[in-house]
Design a protein around this ligand. Sequence first.
Ligand code: DP6
Length: 326
Amino acid sequence: MSKTIIAKAHTNIALVKYWGKKDAQLMLPQNGSISLTLDHFYTKTSVTFDASLNEDQVDFNGQHLTPKQATRISHFLDLVRTKSGETARASVKTSNHVPTSAGLASSASGFAALAAAGSRAAGLDLSLTDLSRLARRGSGSATRSIFGGFVEWHAGHDDISSYAEPIQDPVDWDIQMIAVVLQASKKPISSTAGMQRVVDTSPYYPAWVKTANADLVAMRTAIANHDLTSVGQIAETNAMRMHALNLSAQPAFNYFTADTLTAINAVQDLRAHGINCYYTLDAGPNVKIICASADTAAITGALSQHFAADQLIVAQPGPGISISEA
Ligand code: DP6
C-alpha cells in the first residue's frame, strides 16, 4: 500500500472566463483566464494506492460512487499511473465543503486536490507549476485552484505551455465575493458540453476570444492597481459575454433562473444607489457579487429582501493547495 496523502484545494471564480477548448484531449483553452481563489469553499481529498484493490474506490462526501460515476476520476488516476509507473488501483475519499447542491465550481477544487494527493501518493514530487498542468487534465478550471489569490491560466499551445501562476497572493487589499446560492430549476448542460457547443455553433465565438484577450490585459492592470471598480466592470462584462455565447449557440441554452435575474437586478439597483458592487456567473444559477468588505452589510441587507440568510455566503481571497501525509 502507498502512503495516504491528503490535499486541500480551494475553489476559484473566474473574473476573465475560460469557455471553450482548442484541444479537448490536452484540455487546452481557447483563451487565457484570470480568477480569484476563495477561502470559504474547498475540497479535501485523500488518496492511497492499494495493490489489493481490483478497481478504484471513490467515496464522495461519504457516499460510495459506482465505477460509472467515478469514470472521470479513474481516467484522471490513469494519467497519474502513467506518469508515475504506479500500477495499483486507488482508494479516494473526498469531501466537498461547499453548500449542498450549490455547484460552486467543485470540479476546480476537486481536480486540484486530486492532482496533488494522487501524484504525491504515487511517489511523484511535482512542482506547483507541474501540479497545475496535471490538474488541467482533470478540469480546466482546476488548473487555477493550485494557487491562492489572483491567478492567471496561460492558454498555451501544448501541455508544457498551458499552466497557471499566481499574479497576486496574498491579496493585500479589500476585495471579496458574496455568493448568492440559488437552486437550479432544471438539469443544466455541463460546462464541458456547453462550452463545446458554443465553440462549434456560436457565430460570435471569434469575437469572444478577441475580447477575452483584451480583458486579460485590462484585468492584470486593474488587479495591480487594486482597482475594485475596474476589476468588477471587466468581470461583469466578460461574464455576460460568456452567457451571450450560450444564448447564441445552436441549440441555445442558458444557466439563468428567475432568482438569478432577481440577484442581478439587485446588484444593479445597489450600484444605482452608490454601492460599488458587480456580479459574475458561471455554469449554474449562482451569482457571485464582487465588492469591498465595507459594503457587506448594505449588500446582504438588500439581498435579504429576496433570499434567506443562508443563501448569502461572504467569501474572502483564499490560499493555494496544502498537502499532508495521513
Ligand atoms: C464557467 O473547468 O468546469 O466556470 O474543463 O470541461 O471541466 P471542463 O470545464 P470547467 O469549466 C469552467 C467554466 C467556467 C469559467 C471558468 O472557471 O473559467
